[in-house]
Design a protein around this ligand. Structure first.
Ligand code: PEP
Length: 253
């Protein structure tokens, strides 16, 4: 069985002081469980709160990541942060191609590929997000969208690069809506993504890649997802902002 990843995407919430406070509550909740031994736990604060999170997580098995990077290493790119900078701040992971970045900041599959390559060069572990929008879901285009996003954003990696990424299937209609996909729908999408990986990178690589589900995961629905062998963890937004709630989710891994 693949080692699961339980990841918290804090989006644009929590300043440095709130981040420190969260860890003060969250770490003791993990101390009494064996979850850290069973899965990777990664928290993605805003870039500004990454240093506070790195300090607060020291001595625990919690890793810290950024929610986005730009693909260039440095230069006149006002407002951007590079993978190298994130890594130097102590982050070891990064989310690439989250649907909110695609929707509000025009991130394309081509950008996702460049950001992923750049993240790997900087020594970060990328979680690449894919997923269909509501109208695509309703019109039966999920497979088409996932195949296209895989072809444009992931297939251009080398085999070695692919072995270092994780993928998050996040149907856009399930993100922040309270309406999660069913475990069955998610597992079907994961199988499709894995079959695309098999075609491009071979069976061994496809079996090894970790695919997470994200979209309105809560303490009361996580167990259904975790019963599916296809689902290698979860990327959690809203329900990760409360330490008790995220600790319960992590406990289901
Ligand atoms: C996310 O932001 O990646 C996410 C899945 O959000 P939520 O859990 O709030 O749906």
């Amino acid at each position: 069985m693949r080692r699961r990843i339980m990841a918290a995407n804090w989006k644009m919430y929590k300043n440095a002081a709130q981040t420190t406070n969260y860890f003060e509550q969250f770490k003791p909740l993990l101390a009494n469980s064996n979850s850290p031994a069973r899965c990777d736990i990664v928290i993605f604060p805003t870039s500004l709160s990454v240093p506070a999170a790195v300090v607060a997580a020291a001595g625990s098995s919690i890793s810290i990541g950024g929610q986005n990077i730009y693909w260039e290493r440095k230069g006149a790119f006002t407002g951007e942060v590079s993978g190298e900078m994130l890594h130097a701040a102590g982050a070891t992971w990064v989310i690439v191609g989250h649907s909110e970045r695609r929707q509000y900041f025009g991130e394309t599959d081509g950008a996702v590929l460049k950001k992923t390559q750049s993240a790997l060069e900087a020594g970060l572990n990328p979680i690449i997000c894919v997923g269909e929008r509501l109208e695509e879901h309703k019109s039966g285009k999920t497979a088409e969208v996932l195949v296209r996003q895989f072809a444009g954003g992931i297939a251009g990696l080398t085999e070695e690069q692919f072995s270092k990424v994780a993928i998050a299937y996040e149907p856009v209609w399930a993100i922040g809506t309270g309406q999660s996909a069913t475990p069955h729908i998610a597992a079907d999408a994961h199988r499709l993504i894995r079959s695309e990986a098999d075609k491009r990178f071979g069976q061994e690589a496809a079996q090894a890649v970790r695919i997470l589900y994200g979209g309105s995961v809560k303490p009361d629905n996580i167990e259904g997802f975790m019963r599916q062998d296809e689902i290698d963890g979860s990327l959690v937004g809203g329900a990760s902002l409360d330490p008790q709630s995220f600790a319960k989710i992590v406990g289901a891994a």
